[in-house]
Design a protein around this ligand. Structure first.
Ligand code: DC
Length: 222
């Protein structure tokens, strides 16, 4: 087994920013599991599958071949041979991912892929169920969170920087709804693993959070 760092937490807590930075500092591979669920969500949406139709999702998801490659140090997600990095970052893809990730067959397929990636590589993996389910033996586990107001503000600034018009209250309502979906589903809900360290980034800078995680890695090695 490689050295595994698991970072879980709700939408918008800064997981990917922190995981990417930590991976770079340590020379590890960054694995973004949300991107895989987003690619699956896009596939099911394109196929016209109703996100509430569990039977159709279970059948259709078998036809989605999702693979990961690393190109110029970036994770690229391929869906049946197509690079979908450019289309998975929308709110619609996130919502579809959240809805369809409830399905046990979708989870089984993607968890297998994630475990394979971590089996013989040093990885920083982020998601919702990494410490609890995908990598229960990870050497370092972090549950990264922030208040919904702070997460909405960060998301608002991100969208505004891209020149997209948005409304803070709508963004916060969407974030709260996504938390509810991810935390209350039956299979592998978002929950802090017993042995995960809670990091609340509401009043922390990116550098402070990254330093905190590096200190956990150092402590674990002692
Ligand atoms: O982290 P993200 O916003 O890209 O994730 C999109 C959705 O995918 C998230 O709302 C729930 C689902 N997901 C999951 O169920 N398990 C993971 N390990 C990662 C994401």
């Amino acid at each position: 087994m490689g050295y595994n760092i698991a970072i879980d937490g709700p939408a918008g807590a800064g997981k990917s920013t922190i995981a990417k930075k930590t991976a770079k500092q340590l020379g590890f591979i960054y694995v973004d599991t949300g991107a895989m669920y987003r690619a699956m969500g896009i596939f099911l949406m394109r196929e016209g599958i109703d996100p509430e139709d569990e039977k159709a999702i279970s059948e259709k998801c078998r036809e989605a071949d999702i693979t990961i490659r690393y190109e110029n140090g970036e994770q690229v997600v391929y869906l049946n041979g197509e690079n979908v990095n450019g289309v998975i970052r929308t709110e619609q893809a996130g919502t579809m991912a959240s809805l369809t990730s409830k399905n046990p067959d979708v989870r089984k397929k993607l968890v297998e892929l994630q475990q394979k990636l971590a089996a013989d590589a040093d990885v920083v993996m982020d998601g919702r169920d990494i410490g609890t389910c995908v990598l229960p033996d990870a050497q370092v586990k972090v549950y990264l969170t922030a208040s919904s107001a702070v997460r909405a503000k960060r998301r608002y600034q991100e969208l505004a920087a891209k020149g997209e018009s948005c409304d803070m209250d709508t963004i916060e309502a969407d974030i709260i709804e996504r938390d509810r979906q991810d935390m209350t589903r039956e299979i592998s809900p978002l929950v802090q693993a017993e042995d995960a360290v809670l990091v609340d980034s509401s009043d922390m800078t990116i550098e402070e959070v990254a330093a905190r995680i590096m200190s956990l890695v150092k402590k674990q090695a002692e």
